[in-house]
Design a protein around this ligand. Structure first.
Ligand code: ARG
Length: 264
């Protein structure tokens, strides 16, 4: 093989991978919400602006995401007020984290306690593009069949498809832990700190890249996108961190850093 030919081959290879990445859309079988209608969601990115996870604001200093999104405090930036990740819309606010607080009992093998708090270096400016999400009270349960909404910039399907880099959203019913843990499904590996949502026939789901994002029921974030088996497979709903099990931990953590700040 001569050199020019080889170079063309390499270029094509690189382009194919790039195109494939660009084509892998967001949220399986959802739709694009009205831009800036989901104002509490953030995109967690690497310093070179690669989206890795979702998250959501709970006050102007704090973001909630999944513990498995922890890439290190110096490698991460948070973007609020975004819709299209590839277009500058003028509504984005970029913020660096000051501190990451993954749940102390997070277990990367079982995915138990997959939740993390991020404190921002400076407060986010709240406006019509950026707002705060409400959380459920400690131990509030959400009824089986209740329709909830999950949103994110993750894949639209595990293989690919053509979608722009805009936010996507999909409505899903809550699946009882009992059903989710049945032998036909996750067979006992769903803990009390997890929540399942999806259709038994599959088709709609969160997917890779949606992690850390919010599952909202009745206007409160009950779930954090955590894990699954593939995406949108029949019998395998998406698995979320049950936020209501961590309400006390969230409040206590935020309060402890607030008082620490006041003392210094
Ligand atoms: N762990 C994935 C992430 O890092 C999220 C997987 C969610 N999967 C699902 N089928 N709901 O983005």
């Amino acid at each position: 093989m001569d050199l020019p030919f080889l170079l063309v081959c390499i270029l094509l290879e690189v382009l194919a991978v790039k195109c494939q990445n660009a084509a892998q859309g967001r949220i399986v079988n959802g739709y694009e919400p009205i831009p800036h209608s989901i104002t509490y969601i953030v995109s967690i990115q690497t310093m070179d602006r690669q989206h890795i996870c979702g998250g959501f604001l709970i006050n102007k200093y704090w973001v909630v995401t999944a513990a498995h999104c922890n890439i290190g405090v110096n490698k991460m930036m948070i973007v609020a007020g975004d819709h299209s990740l590839s277009i500058y819309e003028g509504t984005e606010q970029e913020m660096l984290p000051q501190l990451l607080v993954p749940h102390p009992a997070y277990n990367s093998t079982t995915n138990n306690n997959d939740i993390m708090l991020i404190k921002l270096r400076a407060p986010i400016y709240l406006n019509s593009y950026v707002s705060i999400a409400l959380l459920p009270r400690q131990d509030t349960s959400v009824q089986e069949g209740k329709m909830c909404r999950v949103s994110g910039w993750g894949y639209t399907n595990p293989e690919g498809g053509t979608v722009p880099s805009t936010l996507r959203t999909v409505k899903l019913p809550i699946v009882s832990t009992e059903k989710c843990n049945s032998s036909a499904s996750f067979n006992g590996i769903i803990t009390e700190n997890m929540l399942c949502a999806g259709y038994s026939i599959g088709g709609k789901d969160a997917c890779q890249g949606d992690s850390g994002g919010p599952l909202v029921c009745d206007g409160r974030v009950y779930g954090v996108v955590s894990w699954g088996k593939g995406c949108a497979d029949a019998q395998f709903p998406g698995v979320y961190t049950a936020v209501s099990k961590f309400r006390r931990w969230i409040d206590n953590t935020i309060f402890s850093y607030y008082s620490r700040c006041k003392k210094n």
